[in-house]
Design a protein around this ligand. Structure first.
Ligand SMILES: Nc1ncnc2c1ncn2[C@@H]1O[C@H](COP(=O)(O)OP(=O)(O)OP(=O)(O)O)[C@@H](O)[C@H]1O
Length: 340
């Protein structure tokens, strides 16, 4: 992986997205019924290093895909800002998206050539049909397919090959920033590795920046420079990949790491409460993880923890982590001297 530039390609500050989930018919029947909102993304801030990869991880429903849709402009934010750096063309970077299910995102009636040529034609990126043919061939070769594959239809390819076609189509617009929403979770494990390796190679060769979305800690370990862990719409921990795996601080991060083989998560005195993730319609008070947290105390149930920065570069939103690290930082008193 190339060393990411310290200048962020994207800076997200206090981003939130609410969905109105009240039934419209009920609003009409009961006058002045307060609208019900679901807080899918709740005041999150992060920066994606230019030429690097930041991954968002967390269980289903924590708001990862909503962030992806906000960043690519498919949804408008309810609050907060997103600032893209300037691209090579002197305009702010525009994010292209790669989706989880390559089959659903490719038009089954079109030949692969036309699927990849469409953005070239739409955005007038090539002038003549000869130039378009040459560019489509180049893109197919870049993703490990052959120019002659352009004659086939999507159903004639395997899942991994279809994801290669999606990547070629995304690259057609010459993006510098790709948002990848679970790009390998529909694929077999062996094929997953091939696609992840392709994405890393492209990052090096083209200098791409990735916002990578996954529920799979072993996948994000392979891809990311930075990892942000989400729980119920909020980021609870963010750190450099090696820091997060060596020293996961938030009890929820520790729980996620327990799910992957060959990683020793810290031992705990009490077990994490099993059970469902609470609904974002009715998030628990205080720290929203407190009902499942083995370390929670009264403060966790009452007061929402804010993000705190630590000396290893990580940021964590947890009262108990803040208390234990503050306790470690207190100079140790030598009791033998006191009694002397
Ligand atoms: N358009 C929408 N209208 C109402 N609620 C929505 C909408 N999109 C997402 N949500 C809700 O917002 C929350 C976050 O959803 P999101 O799809 O972002 O989560 P996710 O972490 O990507 O989950 P998954 O991995 O299952 O896709 C969920 O509770 C979801 O039901």
């Amino acid at each position: 992986m190339t060393t990411p530039s310290p200048i962020p390609a994207l800076t997200v500050t206090h981003l939130s997205r609410l969905f109105n989930v009240s039934a419209p018919w009920l609003n009409r029947v009961i006058e002045r019924k307060p609208k019900a909102y679901l807080r899918a993304v709740d005041d999150i801030s992060f920066a994606v290093p230019s030429g690097g990869c930041l991954s968002l991880v967390g269980e289903s429903g924590c708001g990862k895909s909503t962030v992806a849709r906000l960043v690519t402009g498919l949804y408008a934010p309810t609050a907060g800002q997103m600032q893209f750096a300037m691209g090579k063309n002197g305009k702010p970077l525009a994010a292209q998206m790669i989706f989880q299910d390559p089959y659903a995102s490719l038009n089954p009636r079109w030949r692969v050539f036309d699927i990849i040529a469409e953005p070239l034609r739409e955005l007038k990126l090539r002038d003549t049909e000869a130039d378009i043919t040459e560019r489509v061939g180049e893109l197919l070769t870049t993703v490990g397919l052959a120019p002659r594959d352009g004659r086939k239809f999507p159903h004639e390819f395997s899942g991994g090959q279809r994801q290669r076609i999606s990547i070629a189509r995304a690259l057609a617009t010459e993006p510098e920033f790709l948002v990848c929403d679970e790009p390998t979770s529909a694929l077999d494990v062996s094929v997953q590795a091939q696609i992840l390796n392709l994405m890393r190679r492209l990052q090096d060769e083209i200098g791409l920046t990735y916002l990578f979305i996954s529920h799979d800690m072993s996948v994000v370990r392979h891809m990311s420079d930075q990892i942000a862990v989400m729980y119920l719409g909020r980021i609870v921990e963010q750190a450099a990949t090696e820091v997060l795996f060596a020293n996961p601080k938030h009890p929820y991060t520790q729980l996620l790491l327990e799910t992957i083989p060959n990683v020793t998560a810290p031992k705990r005195d009490r077990e994490v409460q099993s059970g469902e993730v609470p609904s974002p319609m009715k998030p628990p008070s205080g720290c929203t993880f407190h009902p499942r947290c083995p370390q929670a105390d009264a403060r966790c149930a009452a007061e929402r923890p804010e993000m705190q920065a630590y000396s290893d570069g990580s940021r964590v939103a947890c009262h108990r982590v803040a208390e234990s690290i503050a306790a470690l930082a207190v100079p140790q008193v030598d009791e033998r001297r006191l009694s002397a």
